[in-house]
Design a protein around this ligand. Structure first.
Ligand code: GCO
Length: 423
């Protein structure tokens, strides 16, 4: 079996990235902040853990900005938790909580780190969940009201806005697979409704964001679309092909079209791409570690996987080419990363994906930044703390939650500082 490595074209020794390229890290509120009241607060993950303290970034953000600076990264993608800022429908913005985020933004600025602010990353205020979450059309109105109040307060400090993180993953895992709250299964009608309501909200919120220039020029806005390749394990198996095609249609095509199809593309100034790899199906079963097939067993099939999905670095260049031809918008890689305790593996994965990204740029795709998922080991939703995506480790057994640089952090720091991938 030919490994992915063997298929990769030979890259020159130094791959330089465009001037002004953003090298960042990414996190989300529920996964790192702690002390949040949302639908995840009482959720118990597969490892028996919860997110009530998480990495305690709520209190430790000054220290975390220091770590970003040590990395030499010049960007940070993070979320603002809606429920902290609005405690009831159409309520006023909570100034104390806003000030904390403003302080984070100011510290980032002092450190020379450009923020990308995510408005929705898999969590809602409790009063939204009680009303049926995004299956309720009223949620679109409530979210637009929230953005109408919030955006003017942050406009001077935020230039890059990311309205929704992975609507496809959120709607799928919450309403088809049952892994996220509210834990519903096979409600395709609800999946579609959630996507539709979020797409409407994205368009309205983008209009609010784009209505006025900030001090650093016209604002930029986009969603983050997760792109997973869905392939058949046996190319001639009707079952394998059908499952892969159905997933591709539902999670990639349908969702992309809902947010960026035809005239809707005008509501975005960029596409955020979250790219991890691919899923191959054998009959109806996804052959990936996240669905329970052990990494070692998948290795026997010739698959290279992290602790979540199959790695497929060449796919990054391909999807960038496709998005470029379809939407003609600049792209930020808003997430890429690997979960594993095997640091040399993570380094290979990063290098191969960045080489693929570089080929896409060389071929004419306007890619403006790359955000590593994640700054810290954190609460990986239904898997709890077992998936290690961080550039920094966090010792969750120590109440002080000490952070430490992992070997990959040193590799990433060299890339950020050189604005180049040096072999
Ligand atoms: C997602 C999210 C992140 C994840 C990351 C690793 O894709 O689910 O945007 O919150 O933690 O992708 O799975």
């Amino acid at each position: 079996m030919i490994s992915n490595n063997a298929r990769m074209p030979q890259a020159p020794a130094v791959l330089r990235f465009p001037h002004g390229f953003l090298w960042g890290t990414a996190t989300s509120p529920t996964q790192v902040e702690g002390h949040i009241e949302n639908e995840w607060t009482h959720f118990i993950a597969q490892d028996g853990s919860h997110c009530r303290t998480a990495c305690d970034q709520y209190h430790r953000y000054p220290e975390d900005v220091g770590w970003m600076k040590k990395l030499g990264s010049n960007a940070y993608r993070f979320g603002i938790e809606w429920g902290r800022l609005q405690s009831r429908p159409f309520g006023e913005i909570n100034r104390k909580e806003l000030d904390r985020y403003v302080d984070l933004l100011d510290r980032l600025k002092t450190a020379g780190i450009t923020p990308m602010v995510v408005l929705h990353h898999f969590s809602n205020p409790p009063w939204i969940s009680e009303a049926g979450g995004w299956t309720n059309p009223g949620t679109t109105r409530a979210f637009v009201d929230y953005a109408t109040r919030l955006v003017p307060l942050l406009r001077d400090r935020v230039h890059l806005w990311n309205t929704f993180n992975e609507p496809d993953t959120y709607a799928c895992v919450a309403y088809l697979l049952g892994g996220f709250p509210p834990g519903q299964k096979w409600r395709l009608d609800r999946f579609q409704r959630v996507i539709d309501h979020m797409a409407r909200a994205h368009i309205q919120v983008s209009n609010i964001i784009l209505a006025r220039r900030g001090p650093s020029g016209p604002p930029e806005v986009g969603i983050s679309k997760n792109w997973t390749y869905f392939h058949a394990y046996k190319p001639y198996s009707l079952w394998d092909q059908t499952t892969a095609a159905a997933c591709h249609y539902t999670f990639n095509k349908y969702v992309l079209n809902a947010f960026l199809g035809s005239g809707r593309v005008k509501a975005s100034t960029f596409i955020g791409l979250n790219y991890y790899g691919r899923v191959r199906f054998h009959h109806f079963a996804p052959l990936i570690p996240a669905s329970g097939t052990p990494v070692k067993r998948l290795k026997d099939f010739g698959f290279t996987c992290d602790d979540m999905v199959e790695r497929y670095p060449e796919g990054l260049q391909n999807i960038l080419g496709y998005l470029h031809s379809k939407c003609r918008l600049p792209v930020y890689i808003t997430e890429h990363g690997a979960a594993s305790q095997d640091e040399p593996f993570r380094e290979r994965d990063l290098r191969q994906n960045l080489a693929s990204l570089h080929r896409a740029i060389e071929s004419g795709v306007d890619v403006r930044g790359f955000f590593y998922w994640s700054l810290l080991d954190n609460f990986e939703w239904q898997f709890g703390y077992t998936k290690k995506f961080g550039l920094l480790s966090v010792d969750f057994s120590d109440p002080a939650l000490p952070r430490a640089l992992k070997p990959l952090a040193h590799v990433y720091a060299r890339i950020c500082q050189a604005n180049a991938l040096v072999q």
